[in-house]
Every structure is written in structure tokens, then in C-alpha cells.
Design a protein around this ligand. Structure first.
Ligand code: BGC
Length: 424
């Protein structure tokens, strides 16, 4: 196995708007006020002031030797009221994206990273087809905003996580627990992806568009148990592959016995990705339970490496495995997220090393992996867990907002600039 990355391999980092920018009013800020986070008092609030500190944070990206930076556009910032566009926000994003270009950093831009304007839930929500009207308006605005920047565009971040959390488990806005709504939301997201692509193509023929799929390794909790094995197959097929299949074949088919079943043609979805974004974090052990939602999951420290601080298994072997599974789609693969909640910062260099080894292993096996974007540039607001976890290459003091490099900064820079993988 080679220890070299090819010259055109892209090293980069990722963030999402709500988790870092600060000052955003959307469905999550509302969720927080409703006391729906683990810590009922926690608020995202000023985030880590990435909106104000963008230029100096961009210098941190550069200091990493990174050539791509993944950000997301915040729909609620751009369109605070239905149909009312905030011109200053549009100009603000445009300036930030141009600043990236000026520094030789390729923008990778997510249009939807878990958050929505609160008014969207009042009007419709992702489980009703009516969402596609406002979405087209937003996608058109994004296409204008991104015109001529050569950005790689990710229409949706982890759509299955978003739908599971928001429409089946009731843990994220809008808090529904309904399999039919979940299935409808997945269908509408597949259609919304095709719509966004259509709007991008109206502006430019040279579109580079994909989604970021959360791909998890699933394993049966009781290896011998046929129902745990079945749960594992169902999760792999629906959660990991259902949407990717839809966006390559044009047909959405989901089947979870007793939970949901769906088969639809999606106009414009066939061959609608230039690249496939993979977010990889961990392996999950699944157990069948004889009551809704029928599948329970747990993270186990199988190889005794120690769970990560958020409690997930550290399982780099699984990274090679999921990347190899992507071969079937015959698309270039971009790793759009991979990272560790490491509150002390000492484990991250070796985590990166092990995962990049797995990536090179997958490349050697013929997977066309072209990029690795580490999650995350900065410590940030971690959704239901709020300010506990630390995924940042740069540690942020949440009082003063001062940024300090963790030991992984030096290591990342060394790998990205030498294009050679050596242990830390
Ligand atoms: C999400 C990020 C999140 C990260 C760590 C991914 O599921 O896209 O927004 O911070 O995982 O939990």
C-alpha cells in the first residue's frame, strides 16, 4: 500500500453555519428555547463568532495546508421571512467565498446542514410536498450566490440523520415521531436535491454537485441472532444506501418491515451527483427489540481503543470498509467529514493517521477517493450535546473564544503539505 497521496488529492476541513457562525435565529434556536437539548439551559447563541472572525479563521485553514474549506449557507440568515431576502447576508456569504478563492482555498458549500428557518415548519415542513416551493426559491438564490465561484456543492448534509432525528425519533426539529412522515421527508429531500441541481445547471454547465451521506458500519449486537442480522441488513440498505441508490438510479426504494415501505421514481434524480460525499465516524451494534422502533443501537469498545469522548467506537477499519462499499456507485468519493470528539486533544493525531491509512487502503483497492475534509476546523456547538464535545483541530475557549491549535494541527499540516502519511 502506498503512503503517498496523489498530487491532485484535496485536503481540507469542514464546519456548518449554525454550529459556528453565531447570531442565527432558526428552528434550532427555537428548539433550544423549548428546552429540547440534553442541557435544557444550553444555547448556541453567538456560536464561536465565525461570522465575525471569518478572515482570521480562514488563516487557520491556510495554516493547516488545506486547499478546501466546507461551509454551509444558513437558509434562515438568507431568507429570515418567507420571500424576504437579506441582501447583506447574501453579500456577506459572497465576500467570504471570494476570500477563500483569493487564498487558493476551494469552497465546498452545503445548502442544507440540518437547520431550517422556523417559518418553514409553520408553512409546511419536509414531510409535505409543499416544501419544494420555498426550497426551489432558496436553491435559486444559492445558485445565484455561488455563480462563478467553482464551488463543489453539497445539497444536503446527512439527510438520513436529519430525517431520522426530526421525523422518526422526535429528537430534532420538528420533533415528529411518525414513519410515514419520515418516508415522505426522504422522498421530498430526493426531489429537492434534483431541484437544486436543476437550478445550479441553469447557471452553469460545469456543476459539481453531491450529497454528504452519513455512512455507518452496522453490526448485529448478537452475532448469531437472525433478527439482529436482519436489522443490520435493513439499516445498511436503507440508512446507508437508500438515498444514494435514488440519486444514481432515479428510483427511491425504502423498506423497513413494519416501519416504512416506499417505492417512487424521482424526476431528475438519475445520475444527479458528480461526486459522492461520505461522512464517517463509527460502527454501531444493532439489536432487534419487539416494540417500536424495533431497532436499538449501541457503541461498543470492541478493540479496546477506548470509546471517543462522545461515546462512539473508534473504528478506522470500518472507514476502509464503507469506502470500498462505495465502489458500486462508480463516482468519485469525497470524504466530507471524519473526526473525533477528543476533549483533551491528545488522541486526534493518531485518529487521523489511522483513518488516512484506511483511506489509502481503499484507494489501493480501486476506490476513487479524491478528498479528505476533516470535521472540524474549530470546536463548535454540537447539536443536542451543545458545548460538551470538542471536534476542533483548533480548540476554542468558549468564554473568550480564543482559538489554540491542538497537536493535530501540526500533524495535519505535515501530511497535507508532504502528501505522505507517516505515523505521528
Ligand atoms: C454532522 C455534524 C456533527 C458531527 C459530529 C455529523 O453528523 O454533520 O454537524 O457536528 O457529525 O457529531
Amino acid at each position: 500500500m502506498s503512503h503517498r497521496f496523489p498530487d491532485d488529492f484535496t485536503f481540507g476541513v469542514a464546519t456548518s453555519a449554525y454550529q459556528v457562525e453565531g447570531g442565527i435565529e432558526n428552528d434550532w434556536s427555537q428548539w433550544e428555547r423549548l428546552g429540547r437539548l440534553k442541557d435544557k439551559e444550553a444555547r448556541c447563541g453567538r456560536g464561536v463568532e465565525h461570522w465575525e472572525r471569518f478572515e482570521s479563521d480562514l488563516s487557520l485553514v491556510q495554516d493547516l495546508g488545506a486547499h478546501a474549506y466546507r461551509i454551509s449557507l444558513e437558509w434562515a440568515r438568507l431568507e429570515p421571512k418567507p420571500g424576504e431576502i437579506d441582501a447583506a447576508a447574501v453579500a456577506g456569504y459572497r465576500r467570504r467565498l471570494e476570500a477563500m478563492r483569493a487564498r487558493g482555498i476551494r469552497p465546498v458549500v452545503t445548502l442544507h446542514h440540518f437547520t431550517n428557518p422556523q417559518w418553514l415548519h409553520v408553512q409546511c415542513g419536509w414531510h409535505t410536498p409543499a416544501v419544494l416551493g420555498p426550497w426551489r426559491r432558496y436553491a435559486k438564490l444559492c445558485a445565484e450566490l455561488l455563480d462563478g465561484l467553482g464551488a463543489a456543492v453539497i445539497t444536503f448534509n446527512e439527510p438520513m440523520v436529519f430525517v431520522l432525528g426530526g421525523y422518526l425519533q422526535g429528537l430534532m426539529p420538528p420533533g415528529l415521531k411518525d414513519a410515514r412522515s419520515a418516508a415522505a421527508a426522504i422522498e421530498n429531500i430526493a426531489r429537492a436535491h434534483a431541484i437544486a441541481r436543476e437550478e445550479l445547471l441553469l447557471r452553469s454547465k460545469a456543476v459539481s454537485c453531491g450529497i454528504s451521506q452519513h455512512v455507518c458500519v452496522f453490526a448485529p449486537e448478537r452475532r448469531w441472532h437472525p433478527l439482529d442480522q436482519a436489522a443490520t441488513r435493513i439499516a445498511e440498505d436503507n440508512f446507508n444506501h437508500g438515498l444514494l441508490r435514488a440519486l444514481t438510479t432515479g428510483e427511491l426504494s425504502l423498506r423497513m418491515p413494519a416501519v416504512l415501505s416506499l417505492k417512487r421514481r424521482i424526476d431528475g434524480a438519475k445520475d444527479s451527483m458528480e461526486f459522492l460525499g461520505v461522512n464517517y465516524y463509527t460502527r454501531s451494534h444493532l439489536k432487534f427489540i419487539p416494540r417500536s422502533p424495533f431497532i436499538e443501537f449501541a457503541f461498543k469498545d470492541v478493540n479496546r481503543r477506548g470509546l471517543t469522548d462522545i461515546g462512539w467506537e473508534d473504528y478506522p477499519e470500518g472507514f476502509a470498509q464503507v469506502l470500498k462499499e462505495m465502489k458500486r456507485y462508480r463516482l468519485p468519493v469525497w470524504v466530507t467529514e471524519n473526526g473525533i470528539d477528543d476533549r483533551e486533544g491528545s488522541r486526534r493525531p493518531s485518529f487521523i493517521y489511522q483513518h488516512l491509512r484506511a483511506l489509502l487502503d481503499a484507494r489501493a483497492d480501486g476506490v476513487d477517493v479524491r478528498a479528505y475534509l476533516h470535521w472540524s476546523l474549530l470546536d463548535n456547538f454540537e447539536w443536542l450535546e451543545a458545548w460538551g464535545p470538542r471536534f476542533g483541530l483548533y480548540r476554542v475557549d468558549f468564554q473568550t473564544l480564543e482559538r489554540t491549535p491542538t497537536p493535530a494541527v501540526k500533524y495535519f499540516r505535515q501530511v497535507a503539505t508532504s502528501r505522505t502519511l507517516e505515523p505521528p
